[in-house]
Design a protein around this ligand. Structure first.
Ligand code: ADP
Ligand code: MG
Length: 253
């Protein structure tokens, strides 16, 4: 469903992405790991259109999107979350979801008019489902800024899901979370992947190995290794470059 063809992204002399190729299949939870600065966030930004590639193509469901702006990609079904949470802090939880839900609607038709004024019971029901999904029912009228950190991350995820994506891009969705919050996130993401593809960027191998298949390891803007999480954990080249010589990856399974 997603094909990245020989993508490069340069910032001046920095080659953040360097002739990178990958393919994400329908319903996959595709894991991306790699050390800081290896180009993971840049990859997400190029897929969702925040950065245009220096070279190469982003192909989604057979369409070349490389030059398309972010809002058009969102309408085509590509949504994301950010490494640093970016909610609308002065809107309530409910309003954050409502804005997201309406961002993918055309506002030309009469029914959309009603949606925009919050009158559509369909939209209200969908938002209620999102609140339930993210376990934020009791927080619906709170300002996003007043939520605890883990709740903010869940709201960001729910907001991305509210745009009804077929491909969800998550940049470090478990960063800063407690162990139990991580477990909840893994459950949510497994549930989400039943009806869409997910790309998960993380530098935590344990989180990735419990969730993702396949996994790629990035180094200096390219794919160093692709395989199952078990294969990745055993690969000498990966262990050496990612964790340093002599390091061992802990196995949680
Ligand atoms: P990761 O997410 O794997 O930590 P990034 O994709 O954020 O890595 O960064 C890859 C490289 O690109 C780094 O060297 C970083 O400094 C550089 N880079 C990323 N974004 C920008 C930018 N907007 N301007 C200049 N350099 C950038
Ligand atoms: Mg990053």
């Amino acid at each position: 469903m997603l094909k990245i063809k020989s993508i490069s992204k340069h910032f001046g002399g920095v080659k953040a992405l360097n002739e990178l190729n990958l393919e994400v299949g329908e319903g996959e939870i595709f894991g991306v790991i790699g050390p800081n600065g290896s180009g993971k966030s840049t990859l997400i930004n190029v897929i969702c259109g925040i950065f245009l590639p220096t070279k190469g193509d982003v192909i989604f469901e057979g369409q070349i999107l490389s030059e398309k702006p972010t809002h058009q990609r969102l309408k085509k079904g590509i949504a994301r979350t950010f490494q640093n949470i970016r909610l609308f802090p002065n809107l309530t939880v409910w309003q954050n979801l409502w804005v997201a839900r309406n961002s993918v609607e055309d506002i030309k038709t009469e029914s959309s008019f009603y949606r925009w004024f919050g009158k559509s019971s369909i939209v209200k029901k969908e938002i209620e489902k999102m609140l339930e999904f993210s376990n934020l029912e009791n927080r619906a009228d709170e300002l996003a800024s007043s939520l605890a950190f883990g709740e903010q991350r869940r709201l960001e995820l729910a907001r991305a899901v509210a745009t009804k994506p077929r491909l969800l891009l998550l940049d470090e969705p478990a960063a800063g979370m407690t162990v139990s919050e991580r477990a909840v996130t893994i459950k949510l993401l497994k549930e989400l992947s039943k009806t869409r593809s997910v790309v998960v960027v993380e530098h935590d191998m344990e989180f990735i190995s419990r969730l993702c298949n396949p996994v790629i390891v990035m180094a200096e803007g390219s794919v160093l290794f692709e395989g199952t999480s078990d294969e990745v954990k055993k690969d000498e080249k990966v262990i050496e470059s990612y964790l340093g010589r002599g390091a061992k990856l802990k196995d949680e399974n």
